[in-house]
Design a protein around this ligand. Sequence first.
Ligand SMILES: Cc1cc2nc3c(=O)[nH]c(=O)nc-3n(C[C@H](O)[C@H](O)[C@H](O)COP(=O)(O)OP(=O)(O)OC[C@H]3O[C@@H](n4cnc5c(N)ncnc54)[C@H](O)[C@@H]3O)c2cc1C
Length: 320
Amino acid sequence: MSVLVLLEQRGNLKACALEAATAANKIAQAAGMDLIAVYIGQSLADDSAQLAGLGINTVYAYENDALKYYSNDGYVPIVRDLVQELGAKVIIGSSSALGKELCASVAARLGVELVQDAIDVQWDSGLLAKKPVYAGKVLADVRITDSPAMVSLRPNVIAIEKNGDTVPTVEQRPMPEVSLRTVLKEAAEAAAGQIELTEAKIVVSGGRGIGGPENWPVVQDLADAMGAALGASRATVDAGWIHHSHQVGQTGKVVSPDVYVACGISGAIQHQAGMRTAKIIVAINKDANAPIFKICDYGIVGDLFEICPLLAKEVRKALG
Ligand SMILES: Cc1cc2nc3c(=O)[nH]c(=O)nc-3n(C[C@H](O)[C@H](O)[C@H](O)COP(=O)(O)OP(=O)(O)OC[C@H]3O[C@@H](n4cnc5c(N)ncnc54)[C@H](O)[C@@H]3O)c2cc1C
């Protein structure tokens, strides 16, 4: 019996793949199962050392130029067939944009239930997943009774843990017969130097309180000082002040950074849905009654145009 982890890559293995492997390793140990993994992409070679110490016995690698980029009709049959061939009892993937689609499609093809966007998984005579519901207001404990039990994990919620330096065996698999209806020729990367929001350890976001698009540099400068990704509330996106790719919340991206700084954001429930699992929340708002202060760890009641430059200066001083 085995636990199968889906290793996400985009050129290189993503951090969320190692997080999923860490969680899967704990499940495998608690359940007394083997931990195996599947890699689909162009080449695992340069990255395989990253998998050391994660408890993975075997990685089934499907390497092919045609599989360099994620494609639903390319990846899904491979995972489905591998699960059926190996009889995996637990499948753990990532709840990234691609991971969500892959997991949902695999679950549908296998005819099993899937707990998407879980923030924790445990083994207690079966798989138990913790998942935010009602825009993050409630945490539901879900017991999965289907077999295989399938979960996708929110990026950044599990700390990567390695034990030793044993590398997994890599079993090369021949490219199966798949007819790709869609072929992604090229993926445009975000502007050089920009940190991907969902993977960032620190996020600094701006809301309507910034007053207009000409004031983003105030928030961006704080983000730069902290080495953070730039997030935004929907109000600023709807106003056309910034691209939707920066939006955090129910209809934007879900982030779980170590630190989330909300500048001039009221903290509506739909915004909270995208950031309330951040480990430390800092709020800067001139309204002491803003809802964001109910969920923050550190609250600064004040004008962001005064506070952000001061904070940026102090952070730069502290970091030398
Ligand atoms: C179905 C649905 C989905 C939604 N999805 C999302 C989503 O994904 N993400 C999201 O963010 N919202 C979402 N919303 C919108 C959400 O309800 C709020 O309208 C939005 O989050 C408000 O954005 P805001 O906090 O920037 O603006 P506001 O609510 O207008 O808050 C601005 C804040 O800035 C403060 N402020 C003003 N000037 C300053 C200053 N100089 N210094 C410091 N503070 C200042 C004010 O006190 C205020 O608290 C959704 C709504 C619906 C109905």
